[in-house]
Design a protein around this ligand. Structure first.
Ligand SMILES: [Zn+2]
Length: 47
């Protein structure tokens, strides 16, 4: 039976959408807080 590995998820505080682990974040997943570069740059702007 094929079982897909579960990827860790977080919720983006800017757009409030859940996003899953990506390979490019492998090294610093712990410090990733935003789903995208766009949200990361707009932090603090959207409330
Ligand atoms: Zn986001």
């Amino acid at each position: 039976m094929h079982k897909k590995a579960h990827l860790p998820e977080k919720t983006c505080p800017v757009c409030n959408r859940p996003f899953a682990w990506r390979k490019k974040w492998a090294k610093d997943w712990d410090s990733v807080r935003y789903c995208s570069e766009r949200c990361r740059r707009s932090k603090g702007l959207a409330v």
